[in-house]
Design a protein around this ligand. Structure first.
Ligand code: FAD
Length: 442
């Protein structure tokens, strides 16, 4: 018995390791390095294509709950993400190269996994899991369209630039975390009003790379900085460039304790050695020359050496409400499963955990056991409910958020407190997912 997995990204790598660890032979197809997606830069499995952050680990965060659920269900990738952690306050950020090299080694050395460095151009022989991601090759996209009879949807995602730390001017930039919470993990480039206005003018008049094929629709959580800026002059100052709680203790704060900058650009560590930093919230589709000009207007980044420019990509996902069951099995082809971003979930955590869940159900399917359907009491169940809900007016990708989890009645006191509410919901979700893990697993 063998399972074909199409795509060695986050979902495909997670699915391959789960099945192989359960002694199922896996053929893992990955088209890189012979054909690239335009966003991946290596031939390694499980590459993070943009930010190196898997989001918050604060109890009040929905993303944090999803990470915990993944760990309970036995996610190999999540475990490795924690092992390859780099400092970033209350979020989980990873050394992206160290992480994908480790996953690649686990896959390459696994006796039950056979790696095929080839593009899949047809719906694979089944049983199979398709996890070819938001940048699925065109030929396979067309085959999926034929199979499902549905048009693919497209929207756009963008990547933020990465720069070398040694090129940052620390006479202007400073280390700090907002409100001094935790370690001072972020590098901050402060702006006064005049500097911000100059930056804003350059940003809003800069040339963009034309988008070729379809009308641009963006995922709200990954909005290009130029699109955010077009919503109003202060949108960035209340968004990714929010200055509140960020103090440079060497200078302004000495003179005036609560001095607040007009805007602040934050940079997050990108690799374990802390040589590289990415600009938080600076995903962009500007032409590369314009990006350089823009970055060089930021105090502290006058001579920034850019190692990777921001880029924008189309993002493909299937019409899951019509095509998939809550088990991630396709409605018309029981031995074909889908996982990862192609199902309409959005984000690294979401892709990893759906890779795991598709593999869990594939294993049960192969063993003739009843497939697991999760309640929306847990975040994974809520995501699966959302992507397979048939009555969406317009189905759009979704990431972990408290709006989709099963509602409960809170007492009056708790209703007022967001932290308490999320703590209660998390407790219910984690208890449930542990029961699922203990009671049903093969
Ligand atoms: C440009 C961009 C930026 C993003 N930034 C973020 C971010 O900052 N944070 C976040 O949480 N999420 C982000 N996402 C969303 C998403 O979390 C990632 O794309 C994630 O990698 C999706 O995981 P996946 O396993 O579904 O797909 P991928 O990780 O993309 O894996 C799919 C794999 O399939 C391979 N493949 C494709 N077609 C074929 C084929 N026909 N045959 C064989 N192999 C094939 C690809 O080479 C790739 O390795 C971004 C997405 C894009 C497109």
């Amino acid at each position: 018995m063998k399972v074909i997995i199409a795509g060695g990204g986050l979902a495909g790598a997670e699915a391959a390791l789960y099945l192989a660890n359960n002694k199922i032979n896996v053929e893992l197809y990955e088209m890189r390095p012979f054909k690239t997606t335009g966003a991946h830069t290596s031939k390694d499995f499980a590459e993070f294509v943009c930010s190196n952050s898997l989001g918050s680990i604060a109890t009040s965060s929905a993303s944090s709950l999803l990470k915990k659920e993944a760990l309970i269900l036995g996610s190999n990738l999540m475990k490795e993400a924690y092992k390859n952690r780099v400092p970033s306050g209350k979020s989980l950020s990873v050394d992206r190269v160290g992480f994908s090299k480790k996953i690649t080694k686990l896959i390459e050395n696994h006796p039950y996994i056979k790696i095929k460095r080839e593009e899949i151009t047809k719906i694979p022989e089944t049983p199979a899991i398709i996890a070819t991601g938001p940048l699925t090759s065109n030929t396979l996209c067309n085959e999926i369209k034929k199979l499902t009879g549905e048009e693919n949807f497209h929207f756009f995602d963008a990547i933020a630039p990465i720069i070398k730390k040694e090129s940052i001017n620390f006479e202007k930039a400073f280390y700090a975390s907002r409100w001094d919470k935790g370690e001072a993990d972020f590098i901050n480039c402060p702006m006064e009003k005049e500097e911000y206005e100059n930056f804003y003018n350059i940003l809003t008049t800069a040339e963009k790379i034309p988008l070729k094929t379809f009308e641009a629709r963006y995922f709200e959580g990954c909005m290009p900085i130029e699109v955010l800026a077009s919503r109003g002059k202060d949108t960035l100052r209340f968004g990714p460039m929010k200055p509140v709680g960020l103090f440079d203790k060497r200078t302004k704060q000495k003179e005036h304790k609560n001095y607040q900058f007009y805007a602040v650009v934050q940079l997050r560590q990108d690799d374990k050695e802390a040589d590289l930093y990415n600009l938080v919230g600076f995903q962009t589709n500007l032409k590369w020359g314009e990006q350089k000009k823009l970055l060089n207007t930021i105090p502290g980044l006058e001579n920034a050496q850019i190692v990777r420019y921001g880029v924008m990509h189309a993002n493909t996902f299937i019409n899951s409400p019509k095509i998939l069951n809550k088990t991630l099995q396709s409605k018309n082809n029981p031995d074909l499963f889908f996982a990862g971003q192609i199902t309409g979930v959005e984000g690294y955590n979401e892709s990893i955990i759906t890779g795991l869940f598709a593999a869990i159900n594939m294993l049960r399917y192969l063993k003739g056991k009843k497939l697991i359907e999760l309640s929306s009491k847990c975040m994974l169940g809520a995501l699966l409910d959302y992507i397979t809900f048939e009555n969406h007016k317009s189905f759009q990708p979704v990431n972990a958020n408290w709006g989709i989890i099963k509602k409960i009645e809170f007492d009056k006191q708790t209703r007022k407190n967001k932290e308490d509410k999320s703590a209660i919901l998390s407790k219910i979700a984690l208890k449930y997912i542990k029961e699922i893990k203990d009671g049903y697993f093969c």
